[in-house]
Design a protein around this ligand. Structure first.
Ligand code: FSX
Ligand code: SF4
Ligand code: F3S
Length: 380
C-alpha cells in the first residue's frame, strides 16, 4: 500500500472520526472490508472512504408493507460499531414509517416533498410484500393501496431496492395459500429491481449495496433474481463451518442428540444450506462474535433467503443437494456417525472453505479489537 493511499484514506477517516465518533481504525477496516466483499480492485477502499466522507446523503424513501419490520430492526440493532451510524449518516432517510416522528398527513407530506425535491435521484427501499389480490385492498397506507404507492414512488426513483424476502419475492406472507396475493416488488412493477432477500437479510449486504451506489453511482452486479452477486453468488453449504462433518458423513439426527451437541452437520434435520444462495456462513449476523448465524446456533438453515425454499419447503425436509454430493471416496451420507477419519475430511473441507478467504475473515473482523481467530479443529 503506497504512502499516498494511506494518506488519502486516513484523511477521510479523520473526517468521519470527527463527524460520527467512529475510530480511524474502524473506518479504514470498514472501507477495506466493503471493497473486498464487493470484489473491487486495489484502491477501491479509498474511493469508498471518499464517497462516505463527502456524505452526499441521497434521499431514501423506505416503504413498509406486509412484513414484521425485522429488516429495519436487523439494520438498527446491528452491534457493528460502524453500521448503524454509517447507514444513518450516508443516507437521508426522508420517509420511514416506523422511524419517523411525523404521523398521518405530516408523514404523507414528507414523502411527497422528498419525492418532489429529489425527483429522479432518490433511492426507493421497499420492505414487505405487496398484496395484489382484490385490487390490493389488504394493505393500505393513507387511504392508498400498497400497489399504487409502490408504483407512484418507483416512477421517479433513481434506484429501487427490495429489502428482505417479503419484498424480494413475497416471502412469508406469500406462503401457500397466499390469501392476499402477496408479491415481490419486481412482480408488481413488472421490471427487475435489486433484491436483498433474507428474513431478515444481513444488514451488511444492504449497506454494501448502498455504498456501491454512493461510490460509483450505480448498483452492484446482480443475478437473474436481482440479488447482488457479491452476497448471493454461492450457496451457504460451500462455506459452512460444519461442512467437514457433512463430507465425513457425521450428522445430528435429532435435536439434542450426541451429534447435535458435538456440532455435527444439520443436513438430516432439514438444513437448506445446500440449496440456498447467501453469505450467512461467511459474514454472520450482528457482529457479536464468531459464527453468529442460524447453523452455528444449532438450528438448520430454513432457506429464508431462497425463493421456493424458505416458507415453501417444510423446515425439516432434507434439502436438495443441487448436484453436490460428497465424493465417492468419502463415507456415504447414510452411514453411521463416527466411523470416519475426521482429519481427511477436515483437510478437504478446509480446501473448499479457503475460497471464502479474505472476504470472510475481513468481514468477520470488522469492528473487533482483537486479532483474527480461527476455529480450533475438533479432535474426537
Ligand atoms: Fe420481517 Fe422484513 Fe422477514 Fe419480511 O424482513 S424479517 S417478515 S423478510 O420484510 O420485516
Ligand atoms: Fe452446513 Fe447445513 Fe451444509 Fe450441513 S447441510 S454443512 S449444516 S450448510
Ligand atoms: Fe436464512 Fe439460512 Fe441464512 S435461514 S439467515 S438463509 S442461514
Amino acid at each position: 500500500m503506497g504512502e499516498e493511499h494511506i494518506h488519502d484514506i486516513q484523511a477521510s477517516a479523520d473526517v468521519i472520526e470527527r463527524r460520527l465518533g467512529i475510530s480511524r481504525r474502524e473506518f479504514t477496516q470498514f472501507c477495506a472490508a466493503t471493497a473486498t466483499t464487493l470484489g473491487l480492485g486495489a484502491g477501491s477502499d479509498v474511493a469508498i472512504a471518499k464517497a462516505v466522507e463527502k456524505a452526499r446523503r441521497p434521499s431514501v424513501i423506505w416503504l413498509h408493507f406486509q412484513e414484521c419490520t425485522g429488516c429495519s430492526e436487523s439494520l438498527l440493532r446491528a452491534e457493528h460499531p460502524t453500521l448503524e451510524k454509517l447507514i444513518l449518516d450516508t443516507i437521508s432517510l426522508d420517509y420511514h414509517e416506523t422511524l419517523m416522528v411525523a404521523a398521518g398527513h405530516q408523514a404523507e407530506a414528507a414523502r411527497k416533498t422528498a419525492m418532489k425535491e429529489n425527483k429522479g435521484k432518490y433511492v426507493l427501499v421497499v420492505e414487505g410484500a405487496i398484496p395484489t389480490k382484490d385490487n390490493g385492498i389488504y394493505c393500505k397506507v393513507g387511504g392508498h393501496t400498497a400497489v399504487d404507492i409502490v408504483k407512484e414512488c418507483a416512477a421517479d426513483a433513481a434506484a429501487v431496492i427490495a429489502i428482505g424476502s417479503c419484498a424480494s419475492w413475497g416471502g412469508m406472507p406469500s406462503t401457500d395459500p397466499n390469501p392476499t396475493g402477496a408479491s415481490g416488488v419486481a412482480q408488481v412493477l413488472g421490471k427487475p429491481v435489486v433484491t436483498i432477500p433474507g428474513c431478515p437479510p444481513n444488514p451488511y449486504n444492504f449497506l454494501a449495496t448502498v455504498v456501491h451506489f454512493l461510490t460509483f453511482g450505480s448498483l452492484p452486479a446482480v443475478d437473474k433474481l436481482g440479488r447482488p452477486t457479491f452476497a448471493y453468488g454461492r450457496i451457504i453449504h460451500e462455506h459452512c463451518e460444519r461442512r467437514a462433518h457433512f463430507d465425513a458423513g457425521r450428522f445430528a439426527l435429532e435435536f439434542g442428540d450426541d451429534g447435535h451437541r458435538k456440532g455435527y452437520c444439520l443436513y438430516k434435520l432439514g438444513c437448506k444450506g445446500p440449496e440456498t444462495y447467501a453469505n450467512c456462513s461467511t459474514i454472520g449476523f450482528g457482529d457479536v462474535g464468531e459464527s453468529n448465524w442460524p447453523v452455528a446456533c444449532g438450528h438448520p438453515c430454513i432457506g429464508c433467503s431462497e425463493q421456493g425454499v424458505g416458507f415453501t419447503k417444510p423446515i425439516h425436509t432434507v434439502a436438495q443437494l443441487r448436484g453436490m454430493m460428497p465424493p465417492a471416496s468419502y463415507p456415504n451420507v447414510v452411514e453411521q456417525q463416527g466411523k470416519t477419519s475426521f482429519a481427511a475430511a477436515a483437510a478437504l473441507a478446509a480446501i473448499a472453505g479457503a475460497a471464502a478467504g479474505a472476504t470472510a475473515m475481513m468481514t468477520k473482523n470488522l469492528g473487533k479489537t482483537g486479532t483474527a481467530q480461527s476455529q480450533p479443529a475438533r479432535e474426537e
